[in-house]
Design a protein around this ligand. Structure first.
Ligand code: FES
Ligand code: FES
Length: 155
């Protein structure tokens, strides 16, 4: 099969197997910032935005993503500069091995788009689909709070 998707603003034409997932295709065309954890929809490391909707890309058949727009964590950068969520996660110590971080960042982005000032419970609920084996989540929650505060301060 073949088709075109737009990834972080760039159009990509790809040939793919009928059962290939969006995650398979993203990684095979160089978007290794999208991580493979469980491949079964449970860990959230592979989260991207697909036409603005948060999805586990390991659970999306590429055939259903043709002609759609994908945003990965790299797509949140502007002019080569990190997004405030990237910076807040780094500054809060929310990144240890970093494997879960791309998915955490995308889930945080979606959460703050809907709810710019979430409570701690709302943050926990927003990240319920993202597993982290390193941080114990405390620093991640601090990172989300810091990102929310900085994004509010910057308008
Ligand atoms: S790799 Fe997709 S949810 Fe774990
Ligand atoms: S920082 Fe290592 S899995 Fe989350």
């Amino acid at each position: 099969m073949n088709g075109t998707i737009t990834v972080n603003g760039s159009s990509v034409s790809i040939e793919f197997e009928p059962m290939a997932t969006l995650l398979d295709v993203l990684r095979s065309c160089g978007h290794t910032e999208v991580k493979r954890g469980c491949s079964s929809g449970e860990c959230g490391t592979c989260i991207v935005l697909l036409d603005g909707i948060l999805v586990n890309s390991c659970q999306v058949l590429m055939a259903t993503a043709v002609e759609k727009e994908v945003t990965t964590t790299s797509g949140l950068e502007k002019d080569g500069s990190p997004h405030p969520i990237h910076e807040a996660f780094a500054d809060a110590g929310a990144v240890q091995c970093g494997y879960c971080t791309p998915g955490m960042v995308m889930a945080t982005h979606a959460l703050l788009a809907d709810n710019p000032a979430p409570t701690e419970d709302e943050i926990r609920e927003g990240l319920v689909g993202n597993l982290c084996r390193c941080t114990g989540y405390v620093k991640v929650i601090e990172g989300v709070k810091l990102a929310a505060q900085r994004m509010a301060d910057n308008g």
